[in-house]
Design a protein around this ligand. Structure first.
Ligand SMILES: Cc1cc2nc3c(=O)[nH]c(=O)nc-3n(C[C@H](O)[C@H](O)[C@H](O)COP(=O)(O)OP(=O)(O)OC[C@H]3O[C@@H](n4cnc5c(N)ncnc54)[C@H](O)[C@@H]3O)c2cc1C
Length: 76
C-alpha cells in the first residue's frame, strides 16, 4: 500500500518521489511512457539552483563526479 501516487517520471515526479521517501512517505511512480528514452537531450545543462537541491538530497558529489563542468558558454 502506498501513501502517494506520483504521476509522471520526469524530473518533477522523480524529485517529488525522492523527497517523499526522505520523509518516510511511501510512494509509487507511474508514467504513461514505458521507456524514458528520448530522441533529443532535454537536460544538457544543470543550473546552480538544481545543484543546490542535489546538495540537500545528498547526491551533488556523485553527480558532479560524473558530469562535465562548463565554466563558460558562448551563445551565437
Ligand atoms: C529540447 C529540450 C531541451 C531542454 N534542455 C534543457 C537543459 O539543457 N537543461 C534543463 O535544465 N532543462 C532543459 N529542458 C527542460 C527540461 O527537460 C524540463 O524542464 C523537464 O523535463 C520538466 O520536467 P517535468 O518532470 O516537469 O516534465 P516532463 O519531463 O515532461 O515529465 C513529465 C512526465 O509525465 C508523464 N505524463 C504526462 N502525463 C501523464 C499522464 N496523464 N499519466 C502518466 N504519465 C504522464 C510524461 O510521459 C513524462 O514522462 C529542455 C526541454 C526540451 C524540450
Amino acid at each position: 500500500m502506498h501513501d502517494v501516487l506520483v504521476i509522471g517520471a520526469g524530473p518533477t515526479g522523480l524529485t517529488l518521489a525522492i523527497n517523499l521517501l526522505r520523509h518516510d512517505i511511501n510512494c509509487k511512480i507511474i508514467d504513461k511512457r514505458s521507456t524514458h528514452k528520448s530522441s533529443e537531450s532535454k537536460a544538457i545543462t544543470v543550473n546552480a539552483a538544481t545543484l543546490k537541491l542535489y546538495h540537500h538530497l545528498g547526491i551533488v558529489d556523485k553527480f558532479l563526479e560524473r558530469g562535465c563542468i562548463v565554466n563558460d558558454i558562448y551563445v551565437h
